[in-house]
Design a protein around this ligand. Structure first.
Ligand code: ADP
Ligand code: ADP
Ligand code: MG
Length: 448
């Protein structure tokens, strides 16, 4: 195992990684921007290094500054968390060139999966069902029209480099297609510096169901069952749970999806933790949409139902240990739900709502876990993602998890900041949610 690692991230995920390191005796080095000097992840780490001004390009995305901090503090490895540089193969190579270990998959597989059009083709080749769509990137509007015609409208124009729901636009008919393409290109260009796009059939009212996988460097891989993440706004998750209510609804669905996910892992020689994302149609058909080559925001629900620490496994695998878990060692215990607490206003089209946290009291209780990146007197700035904490509730049944979550959210005190907590409470009481019947467009129709 490593003696020490640097965490190239901030907020709740940096704090969460530090927690595992403490429990297994690994020294931690945090990095932070000028805006984050008093952040909890800085206080929690054994050492902390300021790496630049608030803006991410000058601090958290500044490879040189991060690598300098790693060298100065003599760490063995770097954990990238999620977002920021976690899916950047250039960064992985720079880490390795500096003689350090990157805690995550190899850069080649990251490159493959990071190009969503290429990943789709690769998955299809590996026998994984994909959404009907273009064979790879689409060159221009004329080609797009032909493809959309043969698929049938509505179609989704998606950026190959996309992530976070960015660069994805719906075209209901041919008239709307040109505009959808233009918007995708513009947004993809500014967010990722890459205008490449592809087209998928728009699956109506799907669920988002994903499989957590873990593989070591000797080709041994296991899955940690599924998570459902259908409560979304702007194609981004807000509430996640494990297991998925769809698994009880459709016979054999879990079995087929986990097999497909492991087939992709095997074909791509994937290593470390990853998530294979699918959408599931209302009639129980599933289709691959992408693979995320990192730890996922919603990984805690999986940890709650399996009793495993995914970050600890990431570290062990990166340190060269083989995966001492067989698939039979893993089983599902009860049900878990995660509510992402965002500093945003659901009544104002979910716009970010930065501000000062004057009071912060986290809920406790049976089955409750809170992963947070803030505390009292933290200033939520507009520089970063408005995710400030995650509340996770575990229960023997899904209903018990929901009830525990409601109690926890009612007890949570967040002074003076506008958050989506009231929205969570409303959703947790809606019949469709309680019945396990929501699709990815449902939340936005409730708040429009
Ligand atoms: P996930 O795919 O893990 O569920 P999302 O889809 O919500 O996460 O996030 C979309 C993208 O934004 C991902 O690349 C994720 O890593 C990134 N992201 C989300 N929240 C944060 C955050 N607090 N800080 C940095 N990056 C983030
Ligand atoms: P990102 O890389 O931004 O996470 P994904 O491809 O994972 O993009 O898709 C994000 C979300 O967009 C999905 O969870 C789903 O809600 C919706 N989505 C993606 N592809 C389709 C599709 N073909 N049909 C319907 N909805 C889709
Ligand atoms: Mg996704």
């Amino acid at each position: 195992m490593f003696d020490s690692i640097l965490i190239a991230n901030r907020g709740e995920i940096a704090a969460r990684i530090i927690r595992t390191c403490k429990s297994i005796g690994v020294r931690t080095v945090a990095v932070y921007s000028e805006a984050d000097a008093s952040a909890p992840h800085v206080a929690a780490a054994d050492e902390a290094v300021e790496i630049g001004p608030a803006h991410v390009t000058k601090s958290y995305l500044n490879q040189e500054a991060v690598l300098q901090a790693a060298a100065d503090h003599d760490v063995d490895a770097i954990h990238p968390g999620y977002g920021l540089m976690s899916e950047n193969p250039e960064f992985v190579r720079a880490v390795e060139d500096a003689g350090l270990v990157f805690i995550g998959p190899r850069p080649e597989v990251m490159e493959l999966m990071g190009d969503k059009a290429r990943a789709r083709a690769f998955a299809e080749e590996a026998g994984v069902p994909v959404v009907p769509g273009s064979d790879g990137p689409v060159e221009n509007a004329d080609e797009a029209k032909k493809i959309a015609e043969s698929l049938g409208y509505p179609v989704l124009v998606k950026a190959s480099a996309g992530g976070g729901g960015i660069g994805m636009n719906l075209a209901a008919n041919e008239k709307k297609l040109e505009k959808a393409i233009k918007t995708s290109i513009r947004r993809a260009e500014s967010a990722f510096g890459d205008p490449t796009f592809y087209i998928e059939k728009y699956v109506e009212n799907p669920r988002h169901v994903e499989i957590q996988v873990l593989a070591d460097n000797d080709g041994h891989a296991v899955h940690f069952f599924e998570r459902e993440c259908s409560v979304q706004r702007r194609h981004q998750k807000v509430i996640e749970e494990a297991p998925s209510p769809a698994s009880t609804r459709f016979d054999g669905l879990r079995d087929r999806m986990t097999k497909a996910a492991l087939a992709l892992v095997e074909a791509s020689e994937y290593t470390n933790a990853g998530t294979v994302e699918f959408i599931v149609s209302p009639d129980g058909e599933f289709y691959f949409i992408e693979m995320n080559t990192r730890l996922q925001v919603e990984h805690p629900v999986t940890e709650m139902i399996t009793g495993e620490d995914l970050v600890a496994w990431q570290l062990r695998i990166a340190a060269g240990e083989s995966l001492s878990l067989a698939q039979e060692d893993l089983s599902i215990d009860g049900s878990a739900i995660e509510c992402r607490i965002y500093a945003e206003n659901p009544d104002k089209r979910f716009m970010p709502a930065p501000g000062n946290i004057t009071e912060w009291i986290e809920p406790t209780g049976d089955g409750i876990r809170v992963d947070s990146g803030v505390t009292a007197n933290t200033k939520v700035t507009p520089y970063y993602d408005p995710l400030i904490a995650k509340v996770i509730a575990h229960g023997e049944s899904r209903m018990q998890a929901i009830e525990r979550m409601k109690k926890a959210l009612n007890e949570m005190t967040i002074g003076e900041l506008t958050t989506n907590v009231p929205m969570h409470l409303a959703v947790l009481s809606k019949e469709q949610f309680v019945d396990g019947h929501v699709h990815t467009g449902w939340l936005e129709t409730e708040y429009s």
